[in-house]
Structures are given as C-alpha cells and as structure tokens.
Ligand binder design. Structure first.
Ligand code: ZN
Length: 137
C-alpha cells in the first residue's frame, strides 16, 4: 500500500515506475514536498501522508541543451538536435525539473514561461533512475 512507503526518494522513484507523481504532505500544516520529505521543514512535524499530483503545471524556467550527458547523445540529441529541460510548477504548488517535449529547442527565444504542460512517464531504461518528462498540452 502507498501509505506504508517511506517518505524518501526511493519511494518517489518506485511511484514513477507506476506512473504516479507522488508528493508527501504534512498532516499538520499541509505543506507539500516533492521529492518527498519525512519531516516538515515548515512546522517540523513528522506526520506525513502521500498525495498524488495530477501532473499538470506550467513552465517556470527552462534551458535549451545542445551538449548533454551521454545518455541523451545516445538518444540522438546533439548540437544540431538540442532538447529542452525545464522547471515545471505543478498546479498543486511544488516544482519539479524534467525534459520538456513539444517545444522548439532550436528557437529558445520563442519559448514562453507559463505555458501549460503535462507529465509523461517514459518507459524505463535499464541502469537509469526512473524519471518524469513533460509535454505541451
Ligand atoms: Zn508542516
């Protein structure tokens, strides 16, 4: 059961493999933590509960990457085929970073902060931590 999982990154990753974006919420002051924290840094309570994020949000900041790590080079990204990584402010409040699909990475000047995005859960690659990406809606 979800409620039994520890409030840490390992649980967060496990939820991602189940295509769920989960945050921890303080039962006392309702602060949300993503990635999840076991203790509330706002009120210091240690009573947390899991909450599933809808996965929708808005682009808060971004960068276009032309020279990425080897995993992205293997996927075909390079100087001529850059990709966008951004910070997404979820509708529920927390921010999360991830690759953003559906934007023209070659023309970053045309990308507007605030555009609506939706979470995607890519198939897992062996030897890589599960991750979340976003796409334009
Ligand atoms: Zn709290």
């Amino acid at each position: 059961m979800a409620e039994d999982r520890d409030f840490n990154s390992a649980s967060f990753y496990r939820f991602l493999t189940e295509k769920k974006l989960m945050a921890s919420r303080c039962k006392k002051c309702h602060a949300l933590y993503l990635p999840p924290h076991p203790i509330c840094t706002r009120c210091h309570a240690s009573e947390m509960e899991w909450v599933e994020m809808k996965g929708s949000g808005k682009l808060a900041a971004f960068t276009s990457i032309a020279v990425g790590p080897s995993s992205t080079i293997e996927e075909g990204y390079d100087r001529n085929n850059p990709y966008v990584v951004g910070i997404v402010k979820l509708d529920e409040g927390p921010k999360i970073s991830g690759r953003i699909h559906g934007l023209d990475a070659k023309k970053p000047a045309g990308i507007k902060v605030g555009i609506p995005l939706e979470a995607e859960f890519p198939e897992q690659t062996e030897g890589r931590s599960p991750y979340v990406t976003f796409k334009t809606t």
